[in-house]
Design a protein around this ligand. Sequence first.
Ligand SMILES: [Zn+2]
Ligand SMILES: [Zn+2]
Length: 130
Amino acid sequence: MICPHCNEPMIVVEYQQTEIDYCFGCQGIWLDQGELELLFQQPEKKLDLSAVTAFDKSKRRCPRCRKKMVKGNFPETTVEVDICRRDGGIWLDQGEILKIAEEHCEEQAFKNIYRFFSELFSDKNEMKEN
Ligand SMILES: [Zn+2]
Ligand SMILES: [Zn+2]
């Protein structure tokens, strides 16, 4: 899959049996519909991202279906995200996953997510230094 921000190929990282598409270049993350609930360890709490009110069109295209995405606030947060209305996927810029997790997750789930993504994001910094 190609990063909607830098148009470079993304890699797949696995977190608790959830496959996350990750861009090393911009540290953005793509999540398909349903993956966020798994990531947040809230499989019963369905997040309907296609129902989010769009306040603007996004310049970015969905990496799955190549249609233009829309901009909206992630439910119950002030975090602006790019959403594909067609397939319910979501694009998160660097660090947005942590802001959303902080507001949505139980403490333990947040700690796990924080640890995982902090390590993932810092990998890149180490590569830069070398
Ligand atoms: Zn990127
Ligand atoms: Zn799409």
